[in-house]
Ligand binder design. Structure first.
Ligand code: NAD
Length: 321
C-alpha cells in the first residue's frame, strides 16, 4: 500500500511522535486518547522520559473535566518512549514531527524519517512558519510530506492546519485529514503554501490592529484585551467571523456587506504593518507586568488550560445535544 491510499480505521494503528517537547508530548495525548499506540521519540532521553510524568498530570486533569473516554492509566499505557528512531517508526501510519523550528533541523530529520518510515506512512511537520517545500524538496518520498500545524495545546484546541508542498500528493492530504479527524481534531486544508498558514495570519492581523490602536493611545492594553475576551471572542469560540456577520444582518453576508462594508473598508484604509521592534512593545509589556509578574506566567498558563478544559467539556456536551 502507498501513502496515498485510504486506510479504513486509523485509530488503532501506531503513530510516531518525533520531538517530545511542549508540542510533541501534547500530540502524544491526542493520539493516545483516540486509541492509537504512540511511540514517543526525542533526541534527549531525559526529555522523553520526563514527558510521561507531564502527560500523566494532563490526563488526570482531562479526566477531571470528563474529557477522556478511557481511564488515564489506560491512555498513558498506550504511549511508549522509544529512544531508537527506527524502532519508533516501525509500522506507523503517520509521523508527527515536532523538533526545533529551523530549516536545517527539519531538513535533516525529514531525510531520516523518509528513509526509515514505512512507505505508507504520512510524514507531517508541526512547524508553525516553515512551508514544507523548504525542507522536503530533495526527498524521494516528498509526495507524502506535509505540514500538520497544531494549535497549542492540541488536546484542548483541536484545529490542525494541513498545508501541502507543491509536490504533496492530494491523496496523502486526504489521508492525513482522515487520521486527524478520527483522532478528534479539526483539520482544515490550505490549497497551497503561504507564509504563516491560516491561523498565524489571522492572529497577526488581529495583533497588528491591537498594537496599532494601543500605539495611537486609543485605549489601554487591558481594555483592548477586553474587546476580545468579553466581546468578539465569546462568539468566536462557537462560530467564525464569516458566520458571525452572516447572523449580524437580517439577510446574511451580502446584507452585512451592503450595510457595513464601506465602514469596514474605511476603518482599514492606510493600515501599516506594526513594527514589532518598537518601544510600544515595551509599553505593552510594562502594562502586562503590572497585571502579572513574569514568575507567575506558568501558573496563569495552567489556569488558562483549566478554563480551556471547561470550555472543551461544554462544547463536547453542546455537540452531543
Ligand atoms: N510551542 C508552540 O506553541 C507551538 C505551536 C504550534 C507548533 N509548534 C511547532 O512545534 C515544533 C516544536 O515546538 P516546541 O514548542 O514543542 O519545541 P520544544 O523546544 O519544546 O521541543 C523540541 C524538542 O525536539 C527535540 N529534538 C531536537 N532535535 C531533535 C532531533 N533531531 N530528533 C529528535 N528530537 C529532537 C528536543 O530535544 C526538544 O525536546 C516547532 O516546529 C514549532 O514551530 C509550536
Amino acid at each position: 500500500m502507498s501513502a496515498s491510499e485510504a486506510i479504513p480505521n486509523p485509530s488503532n494503528q501506531p503513530v510516531a511522535i518525533v520531538g517530545a517537547g511542549l508540542i510533541g508530548r501534547a500530540w502524544a495525548i491526542v493520539f493516545a486518547r483516540a486509541g492509537h499506540p504512540v511511540r514517543l521519540h526525542d533526541a534527549d532521553v531525559g526529555t522523553m522520559e520526563a514527558s510521561l510524568a507531564y502527560i500523566d498530570e494532563r490526563l488526570q486533569e482531562l479526566d477531571g473535566f470528563g474529557l477522556l473516554d478511557d481511564q488515564p492509566a489506560v491512555v498513558l499505557a498506550r504511549i511508549r518512549c522509544e529512544p531508537d528512531l527506527a524502532a519508533a517508526l516501525k509500522d506507523v501510519v503517520i509521523v508527527q514531527e515536532n523538533i526545533r523550528e529551523t530549516v536545517e533541523a527539519k531538513t535533516a530529520i525529514f531525510a531520516q524519517l523518509d528513509a526509515l518510515a514505512p512507505a505508507d506512512a504520512v510524514l507531517a511537520s508541526s512547524t508553525s512558519w516553515l512551508p514544507a517545500s523548504t525542507f522536503t524538496e530533495q526527498l524521494p518520498g516528498r509526495a507524502r510530506c506535509l505540514v500538520g500545524h497544531p494549535t497549542n495545546p492540541p488536546y484542548l484546541v483541536p484545529l490542525v492546519e494541513l498545508c501541502p508542498a507543491p509536490w504533496t500528493d492530494p491523496k496523502v492530504m486526504a489521508r492525513a485529514h482522515a487520521i486527524y479527524a478520527a483522532a478528534g481534531q479539526t483539520p482544515v486544508t490550505l490549497s497551497r503554501e503561504i507564509n504563516g498558514f491560516l491561523l498565524n495570519r489571522v492572529q497577526a492581523a488581529v495583533l497588528n490592529e491591537c498594537f496599532t490602536l494601543f500605539e495611537q493611545g486609543l485605549a489601554s492594553s487591558e481594555d483592548i484585551d477586553k474587546v476580545l475576551k468579553d466581546g468578539l471572542a465569546l462568539r468566536w469560540s462557537f462560530m467564525g467571523p464569516f458566520e458571525t456577520i452572516d447572523l449580524n444582518a437580517p439577510a446574511g453576508v451580502k446584507d452585512y456587506a451592503m450595510r457595513y462594508g464601506p465602514q469596514n473598508r474605511a476603518a482599514m484604509a492606510g493600515v501599516q504593518p506594526f513594527s514589532w521592534a518598537d518601544e510600544t512593545v515595551g509599553r505593552v509589556d510594562g502594562e502586562r507586568r503590572k497585571q502579572l509578574d513574569v514568575a507567575e506566567i506558568g501558573a496563569r498558563s495552567a489556569w488558562r488550560d483549566r478554563r480551556l478544559m471547561a470550555l472543551a467539556a461544554h462544547k463536547r456536551q453542546a455537540a452531543a445535544s
